[in-house]
Structures are given as C-alpha cells and as structure tokens.
Write a protein that binds this ligand. Structure first.
Ligand SMILES: *Cc1c(COP(=O)(O)O)cnc(C)c1O
Length: 316
C-alpha cells in the first residue's frame, strides 16, 4: 500500500464534488475572545451525512473497477464512516453492506438502512466486525472500504486541507481531531505540501491517546482500551499509512479530557451557534483549554455534527 500524494488529493478535490460540499469556514469571534485567539471553525458538521467521512468514502468508491462496482462495497462501522459509505454507494449505484455492532443504536441503524445499504449485525467489538466483513469479502467478492488506512480515503479527507488554504490563506495553525488518523493525514499532507509554514496539530482524547504514545515510542502502539465520550475517536491503534504520514507531517499531538470536550460542545452552541458531536468538538477543546499557544489565525476542524439527542440533552 503506497501513501497518497498531493496530486491524489488534487484529483479527489474535483472528483468528489458531485456529493461532498465545500463547507463554510467561519470566524468564531465570541468563542475566540474567550481563548484570546483568532479562532476559525471549518464546519464539516454541515457536510453531507453530517461528517467529513463522505469525502474519503466517495473518493474510495470512485477508484473501484467496474467489476468491483458491480459486486459492491463493504464497511465495518456503525458510525459516520458506515453512513458515508452507504450514501456514497447509493449515489454511485453501487451495492453496499455495512457491518455494525449487535448493540447499534436504532437511529444509527435506521440512517444506514435509509441510505439503501444492507445492514449486518456482528459482535460487539471492532475485531469481530472486521472478521465478519472479511468473510463477506471472501464469499461475495465485495471490496472493503477502510475508514482511515486507505490511500484514497486519506486523499479524500485531504481535500479539507486544500479548502482551508483557499478560504484562509494566512492561517497559522490547524487543529484536527484524531482517531485512526485518516483525517489528519490527508489534511497534513495537503497543507505541508503547499504551505509548510502552517502548523498542523492533532487532538486526541486523554483516554485514547494512541498517536501520542506511538510517536513517543517511535512505532505503532495499540491501546488496551479507549475510554472517551467521543464515540468517533475510539480506534485503539494508528494505521500503517496514517502512522507514517502523521510521523512525517504532523507538528504535534495534544490531548483533551472528556470534561473539556463536553465543555467545548456547550460553548460551540452558546457562543458560535454551532452543533458539534463530541468527536468534532475535540479540536475546539484544545483551543479553549490552552493546549496550543498561537498568536496567529487558528482553524479548528469541526469534524462532525451527528450527536446523540440524549447525550445533547444531558450535556445541556
Ligand atoms: C472518524 C471521525 C474522526 C476521526 O477520523 P480519523 O480519520 O479516524 O482520525 C473525527 N471526528 C469525527 C466526527 C469522525 O467521524
């Protein structure tokens, strides 16, 4: 597996436009006043399907051969990636199977079914879902779309980096939530290729700091468990491609606590009228709680807005 290049990101930028929007980048004046920073928000919460994952999913499906398109795609994810693959597949007329945990929440399962995908329930842990998905790959010739360790997925997520540079050419620092690292790998590849002076900083939950530990060890380290309210940031181990790209291009990785993440969700609503899911607010938590010192313009990527209504009620 070769890592993507900036040309792959450029190509994806055009290719995904039939479905993935150029999302707004807004100045968060009131929120920035609280942190003493010049703060901007890149609103992937307003992206089609409510998260950035549609960019990578669609770009990956566009690289299927005609035969692979006929046989179909499979993804193992109950969250934003599963929804994105389901929508992108329907958009391209490709059959899709999404493998979710047995205890998937009804609204999530419904979202995937509404997109016309075939829903399979398997086990409770990610390893069980991947084993199940690989069986279907072997039996039915489906092609797996990995949520982060795939060059086309990374190139698709990288289009956010191109948009940020166009929308705010004098940006100083970009803050990006991290889980498997596909989002930040793509963004950092794009930004460091075109504007190497811009700092790219990753944000992990304190209870799921797989990149911070792996970077310190100089090799990929798997956590035993991930404990965080941010349900999109629970991957245990960096990917192969994403660890290589993060090692090369990311300036720093910082951590935030669950309390800081939840306070960021609250403050985004109150001071910026922005609804973010906890995973999507981790970047703002880093800005609000002094994890990054920066005089210039800071962009926090709000990676998604699919918050569980019950959690939202309890946060408020
Ligand atoms: C998937 C996801 C992330 C993490 O993306 P990675 O590519 O796995 O690092 C962050 N925020 C949201 C909302 C997500 O859905």
């Amino acid at each position: 597996m070769l890592p993507p290049t900036i040309d792959d990101v450029r190509e994806a930028y055009q290719a995904i436009r039939t479905l993935a929007k150029i999302t707004p980048l807004i100045e968060a004046t009131e929120l920035g006043a609280q942190t003493g920073q010049h703060l901007f928000l890149k609103l992937e919460s307003l992206q089609a399907t409510g998260s950035f994952k549609i960019r990578g999913a669609l770009n990956a499906l566009l690289h299927f051969s005609p035969e692979e398109q006929r046989r179909g795609a499979i993804a193992a994810s109950s969250g934003n990636h599963g929804k994105a693959v389901a929508y992108a597949a329907r958009h391209l007329g490709i059959p899709a199977v999404i493998v979710v945990p047995e205890d998937v929440s009804p609204p999530k399962a419904q979202g995937i079914l509404e997109a016309g995908a075939e829903l399979h329930k398997a086990g409770r842990f990610s390893a069980e879902r991947f084993a199940y998905a690989h069986r279907l790959v072997a039996e039915r010739g489906l092609r797996l779309v990995h949520s982060y360790d795939d060059p086309h997925v990374i190139a698709g997520q990288g289009t956010i980096g191109l948009e940020i540079l166009e929308q705010l050419p004098d940006v100083s620092t970009v803050l990006v939530p991290m889980s498997g690292g596909g989002l930040i790998s793509g963004i950092a590849l794009a930004i460091k290729s075109l504007a190497p002076r811009v700092r790219v900083v990753g944000v992990e939950p304190q209870g799921a700091n797989r990149f911070q530990r792996s970077l310190a060890a100089g090799r990929r380290v798997a956590l035993e468990r991930a404990e965080t309210v941010a349900d999109g940031l629970r991957v245990l181990e960096p990917g192969e491609l994403t660890f290589a790209l993060v090692s090369r291009y990311v300036d720093e990785v910082v951590t935030v606590t669950d309390e800081e993440i939840l306070e960021a969700v609250r403050k985004l609503l109150r001071y910026a009228r922005v609804l973010a899911e906890p995973s999507g607010a981790a970047s703002v938590a880093a800005a609000l709680f002094g994890k990054v010192r920066e005089e210039g313009k800071v962009v926090a990527v709000i990676s998604g807005g699919n918050i569980d209504p019950q959690l939202l009620r309890s946060i408020l």
